[in-house]
Design a protein around this ligand. Structure first.
Ligand code: SF4
Length: 361
């Protein structure tokens, strides 16, 4: 049984201008500065917000340490920040995970997922409304990119989730390709990684593989772990599956990801959505052996969740388990995973699609 109760769909019809003005952490910091906040004040306010802790609790209230104009503005500011990400609906799954449909201040919606309970309670966040990569098996990819999320909108998903349960790990693997909104994603990572309650290895930046990610990461103060969505070791097949991903070859991608894994100290998580008759053949097993042998990497095999209206199918579990065993025997660290919230209408983007169809998102 799930710890979460379903929450009915709610509507947010009017754009929230006060929240929209703070959609980027840069704008938020500017507002705090204008209210007399120095760097330490700003960090304190942003940290407490991202941790969903009240700004005004404790024996000595946090606000006592803030400049007066900021103290006076805090209630309105807190209200505006709450408007960045509001719970539209909550969809618990049998495994203890829960999909959240999150309403943004302009009425758009994105999905976050509270991951199934494990050693580290995790949250998967979205980085864009829609996505331009167009992966053929993904509902989000079918509608293209609608807009970028601001860095504060990304952090706001964490703050919202923390009103429901603790979050000690954040994976940037929801709707959108983080590399296509890299400034905002890295800004959000920097705040979450310096707030003091999430280790850098528990911030996981996911990408289909983009040279900009590999260029920027070494210059970042907070060093996130990396997940690489590979899905095929055959360049032509991968180009068909991920039609608008950058044309780096699987070999180049794995080499670049391996280099970052060694620099950051965390193994790269190679993501492989397993689709029947597409990338579950012996040719791919041989490709994986060749590409991943000796790499600082973990391969996550994730049997596909069928999406209504798309032709792709989930392979049977026996085949998936056989592949995992085969790779393990060849020295490739492989994990066979259920995808989060798989019994809640399948994969990423479906909650949003349903809400849009109903005229609510
Ligand atoms: Fe975009 Fe990820 Fe969907 Fe591909 S799988 S279209 S990168 S959201």
């Amino acid at each position: 049984a799930s710890a979460f109760e379903p929450v009915p769909l709610r509507r947010f019809d009017r754009p929230d201008a006060a929240a929209l003005a703070l959609a980027d952490l840069g704008a938020l910091r500017e507002r705090l500065r204008a209210l007399g906040a120095n760097d330490a004040h700003q960090h304190r306010v942003l940290r407490l917000w991202s941790q969903a802790r009240p700004q005004t609790s404790g024996r000595r209230r946090v606000e006592d340490f803030l400049p007066k104009p900021l103290r006076e503005a805090l209630p309105a500011l807190s209200e505006a920040l709450a408007g960045l990400a509001r719970l539209h609906s909550l969809h618990p799954a049998e495994d203890g995970s829960a999909r959240l449909l999150v309403a943004l201040a302009d009425g758009q919606t994105v999905e976050s997922v509270l991951l199934a309970p494990g050693r580290t309670p995790g949250l998967c966040v979205s980085t864009q409304v829609g996505c331009a990569v167009g992966c053929v098996f993904c509902m989000t990819g079918q509608g293209g990119l609608l807009r970028q999320l601001g860095s504060a909108e990304i952090v706001a998903q964490v703050a919202l989730a923390r009103t429901l349960r603790p979050v000690k790990k954040v994976v940037f693997m929801g709707m959108g390709e983080p590399a296509h909104n890299l400034d905002a994603v890295l800004d959000a990572i920097e705040l979450l990684g310096t707030a003091g309650d999430i280790g850098h290895k528990n911030l996981v930046l996911s990408t289909v593989g983009d040279a900009r990610v590999f260029e920027r990461l070494p210059r970042c103060r907070v060093k996130p772990a990396l997940a690489l969505s590979l899905h095929s070791t055959d360049a032509a097949r991968r180009a068909e599956l991920l039609p608008r991903a950058p044309r780096l070859s699987p070999q180049e991608l794995v080499e670049a990801a391996d280099a970052w894994a060694r620099e950051s100290g965390y193994p790269v998580q190679v993501q492989w959505t397993l689709i029947e008759g597409v990338n579950d053949g012996d040719d791919e097993l041989q490709g994986l052996e060749r590409l991943l042998h000796g790499r600082y990497a973990v391969l996550n095999l994730i049997p596909y969740n069928a999406v209504p209206g798309l032709p792709w199918r989930r392979p049977d579990w026996t085949r998936a388990a056989e592949m995992a065993r085969h790779l393990h025997r060849r020295g490739i660290l492989t994990k066979l995973r259920h995808s989060a919230a798989q019994d809640v209408e399948g994969g990423c983007g479906q909650l949003r699609a349903r809400a849009v169809a109903a005229g609510a998102g």
